[in-house]
Design a protein around this ligand. Structure first.
Ligand code: UTP
Length: 428
């Protein structure tokens, strides 16, 4: 869609009110709204047209890219892991290989901090959340402290890329600055903003966030490959001599990044990617499980797993789809670049999104919904895994490495994460 046919597109797709609203704005606002709409991903336009109805809540990539999430024709099979016991037996050798490569600057880190954290509902970036009870202990601080342990061992800093969103970028970088980068080297911390997509109402209409702007949301936890490339940062990394990238989420307060044992195991086995996993605590735990789809690594979401498959066991009685991913992956950079990151599937996710309602007279009213009213379009990190030739499934102890902060209370919450921090000896 180009700027010339934006208004026609809106009228042809039941959005006459928005077309009229835009037409009657001052020239500057009009052209900025039109330009924003003209840049909409073709797949979102197709969604609006209803052309991809069949894909229900998942939209495929470009026509020549396979939609990894469409498992209907694909053959799903279990994928074994390097278990805790197997890792223990080779730990020293793996650690030695990993730390050498880290010392040589071959690994960069990518912290995914562009999410909106709607479930936590904190009014600043999730990483600025204070896990402490009697003292300050921020999520970003915990992550940097873990990283500093590896830095001390390697004797050299590791480049850390922090992906933020349009919404939280300045608050995030200012927080790091105010806290003196928690003792990390500022020259090795690089902030960049991830791309975003327009948000639609459930009936496929664009939404306004203010009188002059559309509603946008960051393009998902898989958006980093494209965003890094667009920002020229892949080239920068290569210039630093980086060959591998370790991607991890902000919301696991026990997250162990740049783990020399994990990295060393991938290098030793000559593989192109790896995923840290934990043994699921129940067959129906709401985490994606490692498996293969048509022989290639794949992560099946908990809602895609049939009841029967979720309970299927291996010969030793363990769950066949029992290795849950914790959003900590290592990718070989050249394989990632060669992968089809640009055509990654776009997933439609229903969320509660505040917006400005447009009435018939062109007036705007603020709406703050308490249940899902809108569709966000996201790419997912797990789809990148499917682009790789292979993936080392690397088991970690969930009590020691998995304390997600997703909700305020209940499962995967601030409360459960605090308990796990205490169990691991942290003074809160
Ligand atoms: P989640 O998928 O849990 O999303 O993020 P979220 O936005 O943080 O939380 P909810 O769903 O709104 O409650 C997993 C990881 O991916 C990052 C998050 O910051 C977190 O580290 N993420 C997510 C991004 O960096 N960008 C996104 O667009 C989405």
């Amino acid at each position: 869609m180009n700027s010339d046919n934006v208004l026609d597109f809106l009228r042809e797709n039941g959005q006459e009110a928005l077309a009229w609203y835009i037409e009657t704005r001052e020239p500057e606002v009009r052209s900025s709204l039109i330009d924003a709409l003209a840049g909409t991903d073709q797949r979102i336009l197709d969604h609006i047209r209803g052309a991809s109805e069949a894909a229900s809540d998942k939209l495929s990539g470009s026509s020549d890219a396979s939609d990894a999430s469409d498992t209907s024709d694909g053959r799903i099979a279990p994928l074994g892991a390097l278990t805790l016991t197997a890792i223990e037996a080779q730990k020293e050798a793996f650690a030695h290989t990993g730390i050498e490569a880290i010392r040589e600057g071959k690994l960069a880190l990518l912290l995914l901090a562009g999410g909106q954290g709607t479930r936590l509902g904190h009014d600043s970036p999730k990483g600025c959340f204070n896990m402490g009870l009697t003292k300050e202990l921020y999520i970003f601080e915990l992550l940097i402290e873990h990283l500093k342990e590896v830095v001390r061992e390697a004797g050299s800093y590791i480049h850390l890329y922090v992906m933020t969103s349009v919404e939280n970028n300045s608050a995030t970088s200012q927080f790091f600055k105010d806290k003196n980068y928690f003792g990390y080297s500022p020259e090795h911390i690089h902030f960049f903003i991830q791309e975003q997509n327009p948000v639609l109402s459930l009936d496929g209409h664009f939404l306004l966030s203010s009188s002059e702007q559309l509603c946008y949301s960051p393009n998902g936890n898989g958006g980093w490959a494209l965003s890094l490339e667009k920002a020229g940062l892949i080239e920068e990394m290569k210039g630093f001599g980086v060959e591998w990238i370790n991607v991890f989420s902000v919301d696991n307060v026990l997250q162990r990044m740049a783990d020399p044992v994990f990295f060393g195991a991938i290098l030793t086995q000559g593989l192109t990617s790896g995923a840290k996993v934990v043994m699921k605590n129940a067959p129906d735990e709401k985490v994606g499980a490692m498996c293969t789809l048509d022989g290639k690594p794949y992560i099946i979401e908990y809602y895609e797993l049939s009841e029967e498959m979720s309970r299927q066991t291996n010969e030793d009685g363990s769950l066949a789809y029992g290795y849950g991913v914790i959003l900590n992956y290592i990718f070989r950079l050249d394989k990632l670049i060669a992968s089809n990151a640009k055509a990654m599937p776009l997933h439609a996710v229903k969320k509660a999104v505040p917006y400005m309602e447009l009435d018939e007279s062109g007036g705007l009213k603020s709406v703050v919904p308490d249940s899902p009213n809108a569709i966000k379009f996201e790419t997912l990190a797990l789809d990148l895994v499917h682009e790789m030739d292979d993936c080392l499934v690397f088991e970690v102890d969930r009590e020691k490495e998995f304390a997600p902060v997703k909700n305020k209370t209940g499962i995967d919450s601030v409360d459960t994460a605090r308990e796990l921090l205490k169990k691991n000896g942290y003074a809160l």
